[in-house]
Design a protein around this ligand. Structure first.
Ligand code: FUB
Ligand code: ZN
Length: 651
């Protein structure tokens, strides 16, 4: 079939056309224009390309009925296997495969994916509807329960269709997705038939489709979905049986919302979609709402790991400042959602504080969800464990594996940004990028050992000598663990970053967390950035009772934990008093190569008779939080006591 779609460079042009009228301050440089060579991320991307995607295929096609559901739906007969939202896992796996194929071409994997796509397309009904649960159970019941994830699955289909087209140029899945999007538009927006998505996701997907096709109806449909919320239209199990509109952020119209409520992943996807819409429509209502909600999340509800959603009961948010550690839910998908939402907030505002939060969620809460081997996954990411919690091969509800796979394989999306007259450095990872500034290409090469140290070298090569601004994010962790007063460093320490261009130290303006270097750039200009990294002790706002009398350790963007296997079972009896000194030791043979924190600490010990308690100084090793539980079951703690007052495994 003849391709009518825009090429990727043409899409970028479209984004810049929007930029003239949009509030949006910068645009992400697409991962396909970024080649990652980073010692930290590249092995993870390679592992996803092989082990993680293999696991997704094994469980999607062989060990569960997800692909069989499409085969049966194409025949319009057979028993539906699994859960009503399982189609979404197939789409998310294809999206991850699409990104991964761009990084690591693999004809056999592409062939397998093409076979899946044939089956998916064959299952679609003539009117564009596509959901194996309703096709195989009762098609007359479709679109009756707003919780049943039909639109959520459609959203993931759209994202997968675009990603697969962008990598392969093959449009079968994209056309299938567009037929489904058009069906939804016809059934709902064009008839103004109320529909509150029970699990948001379609909004952000429709915005991708809008940018891809430039068809305004998809923007209008995304906005229509947002506007459905908060008017009492919700029907289905969430509303009728549970009476919980706040669970899916439907108690108030989105623009009137000021506090975070309910299910964490639903919330993240909703606000990502709202930010996407606001970036095009400049709707101040969404921006005001999201500023307030973001502050509520970061100032009162976020774990030090960037994980969110403290409670398992609603897979989401509880009361402010209630952040239990051992039972922290912190779903991997919620941290992935934090990455999405904070990226959009950064693009809208040009403020680096959102990247500070994105980085925290990415390097800690999100990648903790993936084992070093790539084939084991955490669904929840607690901050303390008695030693009985392990990553799993798969889950009944298997949203997390493919979500972390698609995030890691598209990591290049988050490193650089661009605007009409500037290049923005958001994350620090060894990479090469081709970035358009003032319609002229600039090649950037970044070399760094981050997050193991804070030295970064950039080589800038504009196609021709050119004036533009380089916005370098100065990480917030240099001065405070996170924006707001939920956490603070226990000690004052002046950490002054240094930037040189061609060996000359620069004075620079700081705007919204970015150092701005204004200059006529020429090929071969070298920028060096030094971000002092030391071990910092973090204390919580006293309102967080669970962390009372406790400290956490951080080095650069990484939160650390103490695992029993490196020390002794009973990590809860290790005390970190004020004045503890830490040595940072890179261990190339541990956990794929990590910086460990080594220190002497008093450990509460009970004598053989069990009658006398004393403290004994012991050598303790802390490891990055994301790397725990890769050597079998072991107890673990992030927040350790700072004095002998109350010693127990952290709640
Ligand atoms: O409902 C689909 C997914 O399952 C959600 O995003 C997760 O939180 C889990 O509930
Ligand atoms: Zn999940």
């Amino acid at each position: 079939m003849k391709k009518k779609w825009l090429s990727i460079p043409a899409m970028l042009l479209v984004m810049f056309v929007h930029s003239q009228t949009s509030l949006q301050k910068l645009y992400p440089v697409n991962f396909s224009d970024v080649t990652i060579s980073d010692a930290f991320w590249k092995p993870k991307m390679q592992t996803v390309a092989t082990a993680t995607i293999d696991a997704c295929i094994r469980y999607t096609q062989d060990k569960t009925g997800r692909i069989r559901n499409f085969e049966k739906a194409a025949q319009r007969s057979g028993r539906h296997e699994g859960i009503y939202y399982d189609d979404s896992d197939v789409y998310k796996a294809i999206e991850a495969i699409a990104y991964s194929l761009k990084n690591y071409p693999d004809p056999a994997l592409e062939k397998k994916t093409d076979e899946w796509i044939e089956k998916i397309a064959a299952a679609q009904l003539p009117d564009g509807y596509l959901n194996t649960y309703y096709i195989l159970t009762d098609i007359n019941a479709r679109w009756t329960d707003m919780e049943k994830h039909e639109d959520y699955c459609a959203g993931h289909l759209i994202e997968a269709g675009i990603a697969y087209y962008n990598t392969t140029g093959k449009d079968k899945l994209l056309r299938t997705a567009i037929r489904f999007a058009d069906h939804i538009d016809t059934v709902f927006r064009l008839q103004n038939r109320p529909w509150v998505s029970g699990h948001q996701e379609i909004e952000l997907a429709l915005m991708k489709l809008y940018h891809f096709t430039q068809k305004k109806k998809y923007l209008e449909l995304a906005n229509w979905f947002l506007e459905q919320r908060g008017h009492g239209h919700g029907r289905g199990v969430i509303w009728d049986k549970w009476g919980r509109a706040d669970y899916c952020q439907d108690s108030l119209p989105v623009k009137d919302q000021r506090k975070i409520t309910g299910h964490a992943v639903r919330a993240m996807y909703l606000y990502t979609g709202a930010a996407d819409v606001a970036a095009v429509t400049n709707d101040a209502g969404y921006i005001t709402a999201m500023d307030s909600i973001w502050q509520d999340v970061v100032f009162r509800h976020m774990y030090i790991t960037g994980g969110i959603g403290a409670q398992g009961s609603n897979e989401g948010f509880g009361k402010p400042y209630v952040l239990p550690n051992a039972t922290a839910y912190c779903e991997t998908c919620a941290s992935v959602g934090m990455v999405f939402w904070n990226q959009r907030m950064n693009m809208l505002s040009g403020n680096a504080r959102y990247i500070d939060v994105l980085e925290r969620s990415l390097y800690n809460g999100a990648i903790d969800g993936l084992s070093l081997s790539g084939d084991r996954f955490f669904y929840g990411n607690p901050l303390a464990s008695p030693g009985n919690y392990m990553r799993s091969e798969w889950f009944g509800t298997a949203c997390c594996p493919s979500n972390i796979a698609r995030l890691v394989s598209s990591l290049g999306n988050y490193i650089y940004g661009s605007s009409s007259d500037a290049i923005w450095i958001n994350l620090f990872a060894g990479s090469k990028a081709a970035i358009m500034v003032n319609n002229s290409k600039v090649d950037i090469n970044m070399e760094t050992n981050y997050p193991w140290d804070g030295d970064i070298k950039l080589t800038v090569a504009p196609a021709k000598k050119q004036h533009f601004n380089l916005h370098i994010r100065i990480p917030g962790w240099l001065t405070a663990p996170v924006p707001g007063d939920l956490y603070r460093y226990a000690d004052e320490e002046k950490a002054v970053p240094e930037i040189q261009v061609n060996g000359i130290t620069q004075k620079y303006d700081m705007i919204n967390g970015y150092a701005i270097i204004r200059r006529n750039w020429k090929k071969g200009d070298r920028v060096t950035i030094h971000l002092p990294m030391t071990v910092r002790r973090i204390v919580s706002n006293p309102a967080v009772k669970q962390n009372e009398n406790r400290v956490a350790l951080q080095y650069g963007p990484l939160v650390y934990c103490v695992e029993g296997i490196d020390n002794q079972p009973g990590t809860g009896s290790i005390i970190i008093p004020p004045g503890t000194t830490f040595e940072t030791v890179f261990n190339p043979s541990l956990l794929g190569g990590v910086n460990t924190l080594v220190f002497k600490a008093p450990v509460v010990t009970i004598d053989k008779e069990g009658t006398a308690v004393s403290t004994v100084m012991k050598k303790i090793t802390a490891i990055p939080y994301f790397s725990w539980n890769n050597r079998g079951a072991s107890d673990m703690q992030v927040w350790l006591p700072s004095a002998v007052k109350k010693i127990s495994l952290n709640e």
